[in-house]
Design a protein around this ligand. Structure first.
Ligand code: IVH
Length: 624
């Protein structure tokens, strides 16, 4: 018994030591297999002696149960933000300001660190044990993410593994939780298999992982961390920021190794220039550098503005760019006829993904930037997944192709193209345009609209090409016998499709209004309209005056709705839908009884488990 207890302690120390060598020192001494063997031995011994398990045991990183929600944590010392600079002169101006404030010719140093792109968080250790972790939140209060933080292998559950320094009674370490580019790519491969959209960038990926309610799921995201700052602290005196970084390392907290102590702003600028080139080779994304006055005495003299300390400044790199070549320019037709020029590009690696195309937005934009096929261009991803063509870099080449003129006719159906005076977009006005029809059907069947499972792009293309469907209402006349003759459709799948189409009849007015793809009417507006009118019939009778009297309905939306229902063709489609038995009545939402009644939610960015429209529907279904 005594020997088992001793071995358990020894194994824990060994595991912590090798974790430290791996994550903090980046100098592992044993292989992953040997590490796993130590870990398994500990798991086995703890199974035999469950009474010896403590929360600090490396086996206890992933807690038992998913949590219901995150508790709020008020920061004892606010987690401030930091001012940004974008070029060398702004850095020099910061230096001048700082020196003037400090006064005289007093010499001081700067610490320069890489600014890793992730999520700011703090971790609190009391007498060496991890007791709390929280997000920055709005700087005053954040979320208690202790359970998720414990799953990050690089975060020690107990301080002191490094050895040389005394463990402080209280230590709040602040740092950046992030995801490496390799892990992001791995996560996106998994998401693709699950038919989920890609995570746009490592910052979103880290934020999404930390917000997961189930720590077991968070553990699968393999997050990383670098610590860069001190919050609440009770321990041996520390007078310089560089000393904090060294203390962190010796206590076992990972610190980005590329920091430097420099004595002049010109050295800082040189450091920034070096990293502008080197940063592409880092396994994680940085968006700049942070420059900090090293002395804490000077830091506290400099104080802070309302939002940021005066002793620090961020130097931000421009969004990552890459050179590519325009191989072709296509014009895509959207569901309401909008014509969007899209550039096919020579594939190029940019901020972690391979870019093959970029939206050129509209023809004014193409003209302004004078983008032509064959041009060498600069593409940029400004923090998001959709790349932009920034500029043409080589316009003088021989044999440069002709300018791309805005088309007079729709590239899909040849129909007339119009441009309303207040808009930059061109639009195909042919209501029978097959490209529009395809997009409309896709949207009609999508999860946020009529949610027809099995009606994917391949089936839609065939239905349109064979003229089996001329408008969304035709879907409800389809029969198994005909559908099973389509390519890659068997009896079973066509039966399922017909069943799914039938099931969509009872989705209710809100979904139907979304599905009709009326311009300016998305799922939120559809919910407002369904709630107000209750039936499609009532909505169709409304004039702009009545529509505009509704909260959130402006004149553009009102005009668009009236126009839509004034069209004979649209009225015919609606009549066919009604005859087919599609519900045009609003579903009674259990609003007042709903658990989210009178609560407002805003969804932005990419969600982990569902689309934004689905999340919005879930909130509305609960009365929100
Ligand atoms: S110091 C008073 N150092 O950048 C705020 N921040 O734009 C002190 N960040 O919220 C922040 N690396 O999330 C600091 N080495 C570093 C950093 C860093 C990344 C993030 C952090 C902060 C944001 C400010």
């Amino acid at each position: 018994m005594a020997t088992d207890a001793q071995r358990i302690e020894e194994l824990r120390r060994l595991i912590e030591h090798h974790n430290y060598l791996y994550y903090v020192k980046a100098e592992p001494e044993i292989s992953d297999r040997e590490f796993d063997r130590l870990y398994s031995e500990l798991v086995e011994l703890e199974k035999k002696h469950p009474e010896l398990i403590t929360p600090e045991s490396p086996t206890q990183r992933v807690g038992g149960q998913p949590i219901e929600g995150f508790e709020s944590v008020t920061h004892d010392i606010p987690m401030l933000s930091i001012d940004n600079t974008y070029n060398a002169d702004e850095l020099r101006a910061f230096d001048v300001r700082t020196r003037r404030f400090i006064g005289g010719d007093q010499e001081f140093d700067y610490v320069v660190e890489l600014k890793v792109d992730g999520v700011a968080a703090k971790v609190i250790y009391e007498n060496g044990a991890l007791t709390l972790a929280a997000t920055r939140g709005d700087g005053v209060t954040g979320d208690d993410i202790s359970a998720n933080i414990r799953t990050i292998g690089a975060i020690p559950l107990r301080l002191g593994t490094g050895g040389e320094r005394d463990v402080p009674a209280l230590l709040e370490a602040r740092g950046e939780i992030f995801m490496t580019m390799e892990e992001l790519a791995r996560q996106n491969r998994i998401r693709e298999k699950k038919k989920l959209g890609p995570l746009a960038n490592p910052r979103n990926a880290a934020a999404g992982a930390l917000k997961l309610l189930d720590p077991r799921e968070c553990a699968k995201r393999h997050l990383s961390v670098f610590f860069y700052g001190l919050g609440v602290y009770e321990g041996p005196e520390i007078d310089y920021h560089h000393d904090v970084l060294e203390t962190f390392v010796s206590l076992g907290l990972p610190v980005n190794p590329h920091w430097k102590l420099l004595s002049s702003i010109e050295e800082v600028i040189e450091f920034a220039e070096q990293w502008a080139l080197k940063r592409a080779r880092l396994p994680y994304q940085i968006d700049g550098l942070v420059v900090k006055v090293d002395s804490y005495a000077l830091q506290s003299r400099l104080g802070r503005t309302a939002k940021a300390p005066r002793s620090m400044i961020a130097y931000k790199y421009p969004a990552e760019q890459a050179a590519s070549k325009v191989l072709g320019i296509r014009v895509q037709v959207g569901k309401t006829g909008t014509l969007t020029p899209v550039a096919d590009l020579e594939p190029v690696k940019l901020a972690g993904t391979t870019v093959k195309r970029a939206s050129l937005h509209n023809f004014d934009e193409v003209k302004r930037k004078d983008i032509r096929v064959g041009d060498h261009v600069l593409v940029e991803k400004a923090g998001e997944i959709i790349p932009q063509v920034v500029a043409v870099v080589d316009a003088q080449r021989e044999g440069r192709q002709e300018k791309l003129e805005p088309p007079d006719n729709c590239p899909s159906c040849g129909g007339p193209v119009a441009r309303s005076p207040e808009e930059v977009y061109l639009r195909c006005t042919n209501l029978d345009c097959p490209a529009q029809l395809r997009e409309r059907l896709r949207y009609f069947a999508s999860r946020q609209a009529m949610d027809i499972e099995g009606l994917g792009p391949a089936v839609i293309d065939q239905l349109v090409d064979r003229a089996m469907v001329r408008d969304p209402a035709d879907l409800y006349d389809l029969e198994t016998g005909k559908v099973e003759k389509l390519e890659r459709m068997g009896t079973k799948s066509s039966e399922n499709l017909i069943k799914a189409i039938k099931a969509s009849k009872s989705r209710g007015l809100e979904r139907l209004l979304t599905a009709l793809a009326i311009r300016h009417v998305g799922s939120t507006m559809a919910a407002t309209l369904a709630g107000h009118f209750g039936s499609l019939e009532r909505l169709m009778e409304a004039d702009t005056g009545e529509l505009e009297s509704i909260k959130d309905v402006g004149c553009t939306v009102a005009a668009s709705i009236v126009d839509f229902f004034a069209s004979d063709q649209n009225r015919k489609v609606i009549e066919k839908l009604r005859k087919a038995g599609v519900s045009t009545i609003a579903k009674a939402r259990s609003r007042e009884g709903g658990e989210l009644f009178e609560k407002t939610f805003v969804f932005t960015g990419t969600l982990e488990q569902m689309t934004r429209a689905e999340a919005e529907n879930m909130v509305r279904d609960r009365g929100g």
